[in-house]
Design a protein around this ligand. Sequence first.
Ligand SMILES: O=C(O)CCC(=O)C(=O)O
Ligand SMILES: [Fe+2]
Length: 209
Amino acid sequence: MALAHQPSMWDLAEEPALTPLAGRVRRRALSGGAWIDSLPGWMAGSEAVLEVLLGDIGWRADRRQMYDREVAVPRLLRWYGRGEALPHALLAEARAALDRHYRPELGEPFVSAGLCLYRDGRDSVAWHGDRLGRARTADTMVAILSLGAPRPLLLRPVGGGPSLRFPVGHGDLVVMGGSCQRTWEHCIPKTSRTVGPRVSIQFRPRGVL
Ligand SMILES: O=C(O)CCC(=O)C(=O)O
Ligand SMILES: [Fe+2]
């Protein structure tokens, strides 16, 4: 894929590696039984992993019906279901590390990995909760590893209220938990700034979409 991509000075030199989660993840309680965990720079040297993901891993340009016309989804997608090999060994390690850290609280493993590629500032995801599946009625977790150019992940309570802003890129981790998918919404807004590509990897338990 021919994407103008300027490797970042941040993490070019390092070998990619995950840093520990225990004792370093910070939790912020939100209203309505939701919470968000964050660990900036969870994956060090993530530029090398980004390079692999920006290659030909089967990215799909989806289209969806909007009223009477079909429009392009403004980002590329690649979905990895249970048992499907992930495109970089460190992503499998990331899922295993999340599983070890969160299993006592979550009670089940993270199984799927949904990848989104935001090619530039025109790519985005509109306000939504991941509540097509079980998260519509039950508490769960969605863990997001972000690689590449930071973009703000915004969260706001369903029904309105001020939004929170988490800039995510370069190996940062955020985990949305508790009732977050049904009592809060999240989005990645478009920006007119010049930004490089960002890839987000969302790890979800079975039946959470
Ligand atoms: O890019 C992100 O970090 C968020 C993506 C997202 O919310 C989704 O695919 O459901
Ligand atoms: Fe989402």
